[in-house]
Design a protein around this ligand. Structure first.
Ligand code: COA
Length: 310
């Protein structure tokens, strides 16, 4: 039987309950399916999701509230961008799974995207048939496969390996326009606000590097976050495999001493080979999915979940 729910936007008063739901629901699913828990820090570490989304795009967390008890049965983050609507982490409470909670959250967001005449895009686990089926039934189709790679980055770090004639350096706010132009060219999306947020790094958790060519043009960028709620490289975007490898090595070095995860396009085996050489292992598979026509990808795309990027 379906759970009777009311859909509403989250307010700051909901944050603790949303964070607890993300932590419980995600870990519950993974452990119940024979895998390791995703969130291993303090349960409050997932407040990170509420905080980052509120900083970037206030009011973009949709809740499904159980009408009978007033408790939160499900939550999902979504954002309207210039080029598309993106969907972030989706959770149903274990007491309510299989009762249409996520379907109703998704229907609201799909409708919002349709009303705005924008595609809905997301990255979801290829190993989680519950979420794959949820999105697939709603009409989203995969257009790219990513392999999640994991590495305990040695405390001594990772030496640079930079292609001849190129430079890798920290990103600055004056790079943002070039990053936006690059990503628009490579993936057809624009999101200047996210890049400004990562580079400004007001919380101290973020880092971002760029790779420049001999003419001073930007050929790639890669962000990373190191926080108890998320240890990820991404988002990133590069012209070629060698630039991707150089940027991954640099961001791993920035995060030395920590266990980091990042998504590599499986259509780019040279990047995965370079990561195996660092002793990285595959830990999951993800699909990028969209409604409507699949985007043309003209380079290397590295999505992330914090915040969601597709
Ligand atoms: C994935 C998750 C959000 C699904 O939430 P849910 O509320 O249980 O999902 P719903 O009950 O709305 O079911 C979604 C739809 O998928 C369908 N479905 C599920 N498994 C299916 C399968 N193997 N084949 C076909 N359809 C399937 C269901 O029948 C339902 O469609 P219907 O209502 O039209 O029948 C939930 O399992 C969860 O929170 N998991 C942990 C966190 C997570 O993995 N999040 C997703 C990653 S972003």
């Amino acid at each position: 039987m379906s759970t009777a729910i009311e859909l509403r936007q989250a307010t700051r008063a909901d944050w603790d309950e949303v964070a607890a739901l993300i932590y419980l629901s995600t870990n519950h699913w993974y452990v119940a399916n024979g895998k390791s828990a995703i969130f291993t820090g303090d349960p409050s570490s997932t407040l990170l999701f509420c905080q980052v989304y509120e900083d970037l795009d206030p009011g973009c967390c949709l809740l499904a509230v159980d009408e009978a008890t007033g408790t939160i049965a499900g939550s999902c983050f979504y954002r309207r961008r210039e080029t598309h609507v993106s969907l972030g982490i989706m959770n149903a409470h274990p007491d309510h799974t299989g009762k249409g909670v996520a379907r109703q959250l998704l229907a609201f967001i799909r409708n919002f995207a349709d009303e705005n005449r924008l595609p809905l895009r997301l990255v979801s686990s290829a190993m989680n048939l519950d979420s794959f089926s949820l999105y697939n039934r709603a009409g989203l189709a995969p257009y790219a496969v990513y392999q999640d790679m994991i590495l305990d980055v040695p405390i001594t770090g990772i030496p640079d390996e930079i292609p001849a004639g190129k430079t890798v350096r920290d990103a600055t706010l004056s790079d943002v326009d070039f990053m936006v132009a690059l990503e628009s060219d490579v993936l057809g999306i624009r999101r200047a606000g996210d890049f400004e947020y990562f580079i400004s790094n007001k919380t101290g958790d973020w880092h971002m590097s760029v790779i420049e060519n001999a003419q001073g043009g930007l050929d790639g960028f890669l962000a990373s976050i190191q926080h108890p709620g998320s240890s990820l490289l991404g988002p990133g975007c590069m012209r070629c495999d060698e630039d991707a490898v150089a940027l991954i090595r640099r961001e791993l070095h920035v995060c030395r001493g920590h266990t980091m995860v990042w998504l590599v396009p499986s259509s780019r085996p040279a990047i995965a080979q370079a990561m195996y050489a660092l002793k990285a292992r595959n830990c999951e598979l993800h699909f990028a999915q969209t409604t409507g026509a699949p985007p043309q990808i003209n380079g290397v795309v590295m999505p992330s979940f914090m915040p969601e990027t597709a």
